[in-house]
Design a protein around this ligand. Structure first.
Ligand code: SAH
Length: 489
């Protein structure tokens, strides 16, 4: 069966809904949204239907369905639990050439009600022709997430300007560019921020600007720790709208795969020991692409403002009057904690968290060891693999107990994640034994003791058990054995 998609204007047109239960109520709600004149026919009604009847928004007939009622309606919906009655209504409707929808019966229906994403006046209807309603629902949910709620306001704004835009850009290609910029550029951004007045002013400016001066922009996006499921909806949208993506090495391939197919991808990785693009060169690239009128996504691992030099990039963009937005991401400390089963704070174990980097500090700025060595505090140490020795020495020298537990998480949230556990006293030894490599994050503090019992993702932590086996040169237990042991406590 192939259906013809159609949007019907039902305002002030009579529609009959037979049935008074929750399904009928949902159909009536949608019909009222389209300003249809609804009559409900049922012996009993849901409380909401009763309220609509009491308010005069819906007419009600108690008596049994009569064929003659179809005389004056444009559409009929059969939503009764009585299969025979539904069939009868469908037959009468067919004879009178009135479109009928029988709830949950595609074969008896001459029109289907699609799954809808409502960004009025923009409306997206999805149908599987009655074959796979769950799939249609899934698609609807995906689109719901993908399409910002401000799209409706954007459509209304564009509608009001149509004539002026046409006059300003008589050339079709120029007009398309204008619309594209309107729908994905700063004006759309202002509407997303709930600032319709500013958006209107921005449109005025773009309508007055010379048409050959396209305005590029930069979105600084946090890509999270690697698992693409941890991207925000806004990050996904930015990736879908990008012309150019400048990304760090740390950004996972799975995340990059979600970006627009024809977006240009430029790696501007900065990693110790590898060829890297200097910060100045990154600034130049951002400026060059934005000035060429492109929508630039600057994609960074984790969150752009946590050891990501996002602040410096924004200062540069501001100084050069390039419009920008920032989309936060899940930072490594938060992600690694979640994926290793280490609550960053815990009523009984830690009252504060400290995000620190073990790397990149100037020599005259030695860390405040006394502060870092406090008890009942969780340290989340970024970029620390090479500095574990100094960290261990500093903390021990300032009184942090050698028995303080740690969890060192390598490739957090990625399929190859490894978690090494131990205590401050054997931190360096453990990390070396398991050859932990960057990217890895150290969580140190009382809460780290919970990792073996709360771990849920990937391999169980490589803790004392495995270490003991390896030290005796015996093959360690397999992960499922360890998992069973952990479950058993
Ligand atoms: N802006 C990033 C941090 C960049 S600094 C954020 O908010 O997460 C790079 C450091 O982050 C790495 O050296 C490592 O310590 C940590 N890191 C980033 N991703 C990680 C991951 N998936 N697993 C473990 N550590 C990670």
């Amino acid at each position: 069966m192939k259906l013809y998609p159609l949007f019907a204007d039902l305002s002030r047109r009579a529609v009959l809904v037979v049935g008074g239960g929750p399904v009928a109520e949902r159909k009536v709600a949608a019909l009222l949204g389209a300003q249809a004149q609804v009559t409900v026919n049922a012996p009993t009604l849901t409380p909401q239907l009763r309220r609509w009847v009491a308010d005069g928004r819906v007419a009600h007939r108690h008596e049994s369905f009569r064929e003659s009622w179809l005389d004056r309606v444009w559409l009929v919906v059969a939503a009764t639990p009585d299969v025979e009655l539904n069939r009868l209504i469908a037959t009468f409707a067919e004879l009178r050439r009135i479109f009928v929808n029988v709830v949950d019966d595609a074969a008896l229906s001459s029109f289907h009600v699609p799954a809808v994403v409502d960004r009025s006046p923009l409306t997206i209807a999805i149908s599987s022709g009655g074959e796979a309603p769950m799939l249609a629902r899934l698609v609807r949910e995906r689109l719901e997430g993908l399409l910002d709620h401000s799209l409706g306001a954007l459509a209304t704004l564009a509608a009001g300007l149509r004539k002026r835009i046409r006059a300003r850009h008589p050339d079709m290609a120029a007009r398309r560019r204008f619309y594209e910029n309107l729908f994905t550029g700063p004006v759309a951004g202002l509407l997303r921020q709930g600032r319709p007045e500013a958006a209107r002013q921005a449109v005025e400016v773009t309508l007055l600007a010379p048409p050959e001066a396209p305005t590029g922009s930069v979105v600084l996006v946090g890509a999270g720790p690697g698992d693409p499921g941890l991207l925000t909806l806004r990050a996904l949208r930015a990736l879908n709208e990008a012309d150019v993506i400048l990304h760090d090495r740390l950004v996972s391939a799975e995340v990059l795969e979600l970006a627009r197919r024809d977006a240009e991808r430029i790696e501007v990785g900065k990693q110790a020991g590898h060829h890297h693009t200097s910060q100045d060169a990154i600034h130049d690239l951002l400026l060059q692409h934005a000035r060429a009128g492109r929508r630039v996504v600057r994609l960074k691992g984790g969150d752009p403002f946590v050891f990501g030099r996002g602040g410096e990039e924004l200062e540069f963009l501001r100084a050069h009057a390039v419009p920008y937005e920032v989309v936060p991401g899940i930072t490594a400390a938060v992600a690694c904690a979640a994926y290793a089963g280490v609550p960053l704070t815990h009523r009984h174990h830690a009252q504060s968290v400290c995000l620190v980097t073990a790397h990149g500090q100037s020599p005259d700025q030695s860390p405040d060891w006394a502060l870092l060595a406090q008890e009942r505090q969780t340290l989340a140490v970024y970029m620390g693999v090479a500095e574990l020795g100094a960290l261990q020495a500093g903390l021990l020298a300032h009184g942090r107990a050698s028995a303080t537990p740690f969890a060192l998480i390598e490739n957090g949230s990625r399929p190859e994640q490894r978690v090494v556990t131990g205590t401050l006293g054997n931190l360096v030894e453990r990390a070396a034994f398991h050859a932990v490599r960057s990217p890895a994050l150290l969580l140190l503090g009382e809460v780290a003791a919970l990792a073996p019992s709360l771990a849920w993702f990937g391999q169980p932590p490589l803790g004392a058990t495995v270490h003991a086996f390896r030290a005796q040169e015996r093959p360690p237990p397999t992960p499922d054995v360890l998992a069973a042991l952990h479950r058993a406590g």
